[in-house]
Design a protein around this ligand. Structure first.
Ligand SMILES: Nc1ncnc2c1ncn2[C@@H]1O[C@H](COP(=O)(O)OP(=O)(O)O)[C@@H](O)[C@H]1O
Ligand SMILES: [Mg+2]
Length: 362
């Protein structure tokens, strides 16, 4: 396995908090980071040696980036595919552009998963208003209309209830094309994060429960309170998807568990995931360090946990409670260094360890 020695430079596409936490994990192992972001003063920039601020489509900036780094990874999937392909001709990109191409389009993603035998939410592609009318006939109501690309934190999504007008819904979605998905009356939402190395080795974190507020992840509970068979099923879905995509790095798989314990995949993300932030504080090796190990050709670490944990995102004004969190025993505070608080913006998170008696005294 071709190993990148500590001291090598990891290029990260995207400058958000995920990039920041990758860079911190990289630093721990002696790697240096170069961020490529289309905005200045990003959370990842604050903790990295070098940052290139340019549009993702700026080829000369991409040339400079490629020449500055030994390997490239990405911290969000809403990057156009072409620049990533362009980079991959010059430097190793892990996970590769093929993974990004599949994961950044909800229709391609679901078709791919179905093809390898993984059950997803029922869906129909929606090209235009007429297509939406036909799709609603097939999928029924309630359902949810989403943009196929570039959505996050519930952006670009419109719920179609029994009385929702389709013309309004279609225009509310924003830039199409879209996808209509059957609304799942789930018992709970879970996710599984797996890391896969260059030699195909896979480690899998335990399934966690994710609670959303206003379509944004609010709380992750590790482990999820699911039956052993659901936990095993969820784990094997994530492994199977990572193998079929030939991922080198991380794959997060978001799933719905129905009331009769059926697992439906919602979406996949080939990068660190918000529902894995708890691994920094409750596991020997975090999702971020696993990513660094995978893309640098190092052996993966254990995905086992030493504590159960609950991760709470600090969204918008919620971050103002940070001094109180410092007073709590077993609470681990993470602030992302974002200068401006905006509603719906992820400003930080706190992981509360559920430490067993006798182990967590102050
Ligand atoms: N088909 C669905 N049925 C029920 N809830 C859904 C469905 N699709 C999305 N949601 C809810 O909205 C959240 C965000 O949707 P998701 O498709 O994961 O988009 P993103 O995370 O990219 O914004 C989900 O985690 C879930 O809580
Ligand atoms: Mg999601």
């Amino acid at each position: 396995m071709q190993r990148l020695e500590p001291g090598s430079v990891i290029g990260i596409l995207g400058g958000g908090q995920l990039g920041r936490m990758i860079a911190l994990a990289a630093a721990q192992l002696g790697y240096r980071c170069c961020i490529f972001s289309d905005v200045a003063n990003s959370p990842a920039e604050h903790v990295s040696e070098k940052t290139i601020v340019a549009a993702y489509t700026d080829l000369s900036a991409l040339d400079i980036f490629a020449a500055s780094v030994d390997v490239v990874t990405l911290e969000f999937e809403n990057i156009p595919e072409e620049p990533v392909k362009y980079l991959a001709e010059k430097v190793a990109v892990r996970p590769g552009p093929n993974v990004l191409a599949t994961a950044q389009d909800r229709v391609i993603e679901k078709k791919f998963l179905n093809k390898i035998g993984i059950v997803t939410t029922p869906f129909e592609p929606v090209a235009n208003l007429e297509g939406l009318e036909i799709a609603v006939e097939k999928v029924g109501r309630p359902s949810v209309l989403k943009t196929t690309r570039f959505g996050y934190d519930g952006k670009g999504q419109v719920k179609i209830d029994p009385d929702t007008g389709l013309e309004t819904a279609f225009s509310q979605m924003g830039k199409g094309p879209g996808i209509l998905e059957g609304w799942v009356d789930f018992a709970l939402e879970i996710s599984v994060i797996v890391a896969r190395g260059m030699d195909g080795e896979i480690v899998s974190y335990v399934p966690v429960e994710n609670r959303h507020v206003n379509h944004i992840l609010d709380t992750t509970i590790a482990p999820a309170g699911v039956s052993p068979s659901v936990a095993a099923g969820a784990g094997s879905i994530a492994r199977q998807a990572a193998e079929a995509l030939n991922v080198v790095g991380l794959l997060a798989v978001e799933m719905f568990v129905t009331r009769d314990d059926e697992i439906l995949v919602n979406e996949i993300a080939p990068r660190p995931h918000n529902s894995g932030h708890w691994t920094i504080d409750a596991c020997a090796i975090s999702q971020f360090q696993q990513l660094v190990r995978a893309i640098c050709g190092l052996p993966l670490g254990s995905a086992g946990r030493h504590s159960d944990a609950e991760m709470k995102n600090l969204i918008g004004d919620e971050v103002k409670v940070w001094p109180k969190i410092l007073e709590e025993a077993n609470a681990r505070l993470h602030l992302y260094g974002k200068s401006e608080i905006r509603s719906g913006r992820k400003m930080g998170h706190v992981t509360r360890l559920k430490v067993r008696a006798g182990r967590g005294e102050r």
